[in-house]
Design a protein around this ligand. Sequence first.
Ligand SMILES: NC(=O)c1ccc[n+]([C@@H]2O[C@H](COP(=O)([O-])OP(=O)(O)OC[C@H]3O[C@@H](n4cnc5c(N)ncnc54)[C@H](O)[C@@H]3O)[C@@H](O)[C@H]2O)c1
Length: 255
Amino acid sequence: MDLGLSGRVALMTGGARGIGLAHARALGREGAVVILNDLDAQAAGQAVDRLRAEGIQADFHVGDATDPQVVEHTVTDVLSGHGRLDILVNNAGIGVKPAARVEEMPFEAWQRMLHVHLDSTFLWSRAVVAPMRRNGFGRIINTSSMNFTGGGRPGVAHYSAAKAGIVGLTRTMAKEVGTYGITVNAIAPGYVATELIAQFSADMMERLQTQNPVGRLCLPEEVAALAAFLCSGHAGFINGELICMDGGRRDFYWG
Ligand SMILES: NC(=O)c1ccc[n+]([C@@H]2O[C@H](COP(=O)([O-])OP(=O)(O)OC[C@H]3O[C@@H](n4cnc5c(N)ncnc54)[C@H](O)[C@@H]3O)[C@@H](O)[C@H]2O)c1
């Protein structure tokens, strides 16, 4: 199936590695120009070199995805360099180490988690509406988590709350911008094989796989393939949706 992404310009936050890089590769292979935002300049530069070597038109903008000035400058640069911005993938995120139960969680840890995941999703989404509306086309893909559906394990309330907030933002915004030709959807992956979960013990990794109905971790490419379809012209009537991609698991079994 031709996804019709040739000539589209796509921006992904946290694009230097993991799921974000998989998004860039999947959209780039379908013909989109991909712009990677990331905090990590070296990783972003290396990622762009690899993508270009694969024949993908790629560039990067280094900066903190939670910084309103970074958001504004990046969107302005993309528009002046490419004349359009069709696809936004809100992907940047951090892990939950150290985990802490609510009664022991420092307020700073709570705020940082919501800032990185929820505030950044709001800031980038707000910034792209006007240029997408001008073109009568836009696709915003937000990154929730299986933790939204089941609450995750004890100690990750900040992460679960941030990922739940992203679903609320997705569903309301979808109603606001649908008539402009813009869709807003969220993907809720289960555990995905990236550096984000590399901190887990071997025992935990084993359990994550054996407890999953499919018997393994999700691959970043699988998340990216779903997002690429949602970004296509075929998906114009999928709006405000949360698509779980967790192998059927729905939650962390911690007993
Ligand atoms: N890996 C999983 O099991 C899993 C499951 C569900 C959801 N997710 C979500 O998927 C997204 C990507 O996760 P991943 O597994 O690829 O993680 P990862 O750690 O492999 O990659 C995250 C990338 O985001 C970048 N980043 C972090 N904070 C940033 C900031 N403030 N500004 C710009 N860039 C920043 C990092 O430098 C890194 O390149 C996250 O939102 C995560 O919560 C991951």
